[in-house]
Design a protein around this ligand. Structure first.
Ligand code: PLP
Length: 496
């Protein structure tokens, strides 16, 4: 098997192993890690994958990218990460609605798709520490506006040589999200509310990261800082797996024959999930178009329409908050593949300086070969949830609705009848009040009651991790001033 090394999208800093890339997160020149060559999924290889469980498929696919990990190591980790106990409804089942093949990525412990990566990534990091001879314990700091914090806590809990501290704004998360974090189990986790908003939490964490005195104290006590950031290669590569897996499933269903092309549609924020689908395409999965679905924060729709990326625009708070993003960090990886490191570095420099860049026409043409942009307003989101439920009795969440709307619109506009694998990124119950209000005007004030009302109305069951939440015991109820965040970290590390 060909050995793969990792290089920066901005061209500096040499080549490292995947273990080093996962441990380091970001390249020293500020770029993102990319493989120096892309593996190839041959038809024979796909044929072999068809007979496998999800965990086996995951280990097989990831082993082509993470060549300094053995297949046995990856299989051991994947079996734990993607166990039937953790993914009670299956890992990435495919449901048919019209010509959409809805890929349900939310059957994990926190009911959103980030579990697909965050259940395995901490194990990859733990092994990376061994492989790179690291003796210190990694201390992960996360500032969260809700979803990422919980998914990271579930992923990192009880993983060797790692501790995780999460900060959230005391009045800036939903009641369900707060309870999810306050009741977190695990012997290496700590959750603290801060008096302030999400930006305060995030700048607090950044300040601690860059505080040399704090780093020195931690180092003396056997720790180093690490982050659970969505641009880490260790979070991206597990996402390639489910697109490969979905293609295998469609072959198994007899809906396509080997070599037949499908389209993919992804509700997009940071461009991580859809970029994973593009990687699958580049490695030989027969994918024709990638439909990039945005909410009204449609900076990517404009980019894919004009070749100009411009973040200088109003920011909208929407029903699909995980897609309320104006800088889609992982887009840098696509630019690197289409334009090379030199141009990418210059685009990123103008993004940092002016908040915008325009790609060259040959680069734009390359991107347009595969990508199509679309977006969905708040009204259309509600309408799509209602229509899909009334027609098919199938519930989708607010993020998934954005994807479904754009996928159907693409099919209607082009007449393209190929199956569209459409990523479903959260359980409808995770956003119960907004899903319910799309179906009926009677929405209870209380979020837990909204979950029950949604269950009664749709005659479906809410996922156990959400419905059992009300009864769970609170473990973390501390609230501190934002100036006290450093002390909280040191206290958790047992220093002070
Ligand atoms: C994070 C998230 C997204 C966006 O995914 P990206 O990889 O950032 O594009 C979409 N839906 C949900 C529910 C999410 O949590």
């Amino acid at each position: 098997m060909k050995e793969i090394k990792y290089v920066s999208t901005r061209g500096e800093g040499g080549k490292v192993t995947s273990a080093q890339a996962i441990k380091q997160g970001l390249c020293s020149d500020g770029g993102l890690f990319m493989p120096d060559s892309l593996p190839v999924f041959t038809p024979e290889y796909l044929e072999k994958l068809r007979g496998m469980s999800y965990a086996e498929r995951a280990a097989a696919v990831m082993s082509l990218y993470l060549t300094d990990y053995t297949y046995e190591e990856l299989l051991e980790d994947c079996k734990k990460a993607y166990s039937a106990e953790k993914f009670k409804g299956g890992c990435a089942p495919v449901k048919a609605i019209e010509n959409l093949r809805v890929l349900e990525l939310w059957h994990g412990p926190t009911c959103a798709f980030k579990d697909m990566a965050l259940q395995i990534m901490p194990r990859l990091l733990s092994r990376a520490l061994d492989k790179t001879g690291e003796e210190k314990t990694a201390l992960i700091l996360v500032a969260t506006s809700g979803d990422t914090g919980k998914a990271a806590l579930e992923g990192y809990r009880d993983v060797d040589k790692i501790k995780i501290q999460v900060f959230y704004p005391v009045d800036g998360v939903s009641r369900i999200q707060k309870k999810q974090m306050q009741t977190q189990v695990g012997n290496n986790v700590c959750v603290t509310a801060i008096k302030g908003n999400f930006d305060d939490a995030q700048s607090g964490v950044k300040k601690i990261f860059s505080d040399k005195d704090v780093s020195a104290v931690l180092e003396k006590n056997g720790y180093f800082f690490s982050s659970a950031n969505s641009i880490n290669w260790g979070r991206l590569v597990p996402q390639v797996v489910y697109y490969v897996s979905a293609y295998c499933d469609l072959l198994d269903f007899g809906e396509i024959r080997p070599g037949d092309k499908v389209n993919v549609c992804v509700p997009t924020g940071n461009f991580g999930n859809i970029f994973a689908a593009y990687l699958a395409k580049r490695s030989g999965i027969p994918i024709d178009k990638l439909i990039c679905a945005s909410n009204v924060n449609n900076v990517l729709t404009d980019f894919l329409g004009t070749g100009v990326y411009d973040r200088n625009r109003a920011f909208h708070t929407t029903m699909s908050p995980s897609m309320d993003i104006l800088i889609s960090s992982n887009l840098e990886r696509l630019l690197y593949l289409a334009a090379g490191s030199e141009k990418t570095a210059s685009y990123m420099a103008s993004l940092a300086k002016d908040g915008r860049y325009e790609v060259d026409s040959d680069v734009f043409a390359k991107i347009k070969e595969s990508f199509i942009g679309g977006f969905c307003t708040e009204d259309e989101t509600r309408k799509t949830i209602r229509e899909i439920f009334e027609k098919y009795g199938y519930l989708i969440d607010t993020h998934t609705a954005v994807g479904v709307k754009c996928a159907r619109e693409y099919a209607a506009r082009t007449g393209d009848t190929r199956p569209i694998i459409t990523a479903s990124t959260a359980s409808p119950y995770k956003f119960a009040p907004d899903v319910l209000s799309s179906l009926t005007p009677d929405v209870p004030e209380d979020e837990f009651e909204a979950i029950e009302a949604l269950s009664a109305l749709s005659k479906t069951e809410s996922p156990a991790p959400l419905s059992s939440l009300r009864e769970k015991a609170v473990r973390f109820d501390r609230t501190v001033e934002k100036e006290e965040m450093t002390r909280e970290v040191l206290r958790f590390a047992g220093i002070e």
